[in-house]
Design a protein around this ligand. Sequence first.
Ligand code: PLP
Length: 379
Amino acid sequence: MSGTELDYIKEAFNSNWISPLGPNVDAFEKELAETVGVKGAVALSSGTAAIHLALHLLDVGHEDYVICSSLTFAASANPILYQGAKPIFIDSDMESWNMSPQALERAFIDAVELGYLEKIKAVIVVNLYGQSADMDAIIKICSQYGKPIIEDAAESLGATYCTSNNGQLVSKASGTFGEFGIYSFNGNKIITTSGGGMLVSNNLEALDKARFWATQARDKALHYQHSEMGYNYRMSNVLAGIGRGQLKVLDDRVEARRRIFKRYEEALQGIDSIAFMPELSYGKSTRWLTALTFDASILNITVAELCRMLGEHNIEARPVWKPLHLQPLFKGTKYYSHEVNGMSVSDFLFENGVCLPSGSNMSSEQQERVIDTFKRSIQ
Ligand SMILES: *Cc1c(COP(=O)(O)O)cnc(C)c1O
């Protein structure tokens, strides 16, 4: 926390707005929309809820298909199941670790050939570990097939992507390229409200509909009347107060995470086979988490062994996300790898990748301890 959050919480207490609506909610939505440069935002109870409502807005229903990045947290795809639809997973490329445009294109070509293109209702593009996917390439393919994009920017609030606009390069916030974008304020994200999320769009009418569904779909009537099924998905006015305080330090947090990344890079990049997640020239990553891969046979240690050894020193490291196409939950789901008959990039990143402690408040002494322990573990 930065300190100013308490002022907003006090405001909520003093005015007795302890509810899933109120002045902090309205202000947080407005301030976040301004920060990322979109027309509107809806504050919700989680990023997962935001993805769910986005799918609902795009009319995703029973037996429909939704294309989704495979290398991500399960929350990206669970809402596809909430709607009774089926995911189609897409591999990453080595350059961005994010959705491979080639694999995406093959998924569409197959859908045309096999006759289910119409059933694909949306594409969820995940921006992993603070870095935007290659949106220009992905947007081009999606618009060719007429499919809307939901940008899962839960991990990339504060990141940018440079897109060409009539021959000119313009830098835009990650999460603002799709029909809908979502952010998360879960405890582990770059800024947090303890739990919460945001749905953003330039389509204000759609956002109003999302707000309606998120407050139990209460019709405009004095009595409690409902014509549609709703959800209890709104963010509380107290938590929105925390969000307002956090938003003020977003830039600082991004710089802190990038500094931490740079220190790891300087200390570890000389080690044989270690390769850090690349940052592409087309944008700025927040480096939400410092992620790297190494060759277990060269360093004589597997990812699991490294995590365990760091854990023995009370240092929490984690493997890279286990790709969703490998999850028991999604067994048998269609999956398109980056190369036609070659390796699956997300499998490789999962098997060889690790995320190091990257909290914005980590001191340089703490980081030195992680680096030392890392180096001793691979000896
Ligand atoms: C955290 C996260 C979510 C879910 O956000 P919640 O607010 O925890 O529901 C979705 N997608 C990705 C990629 C995430 O990292």
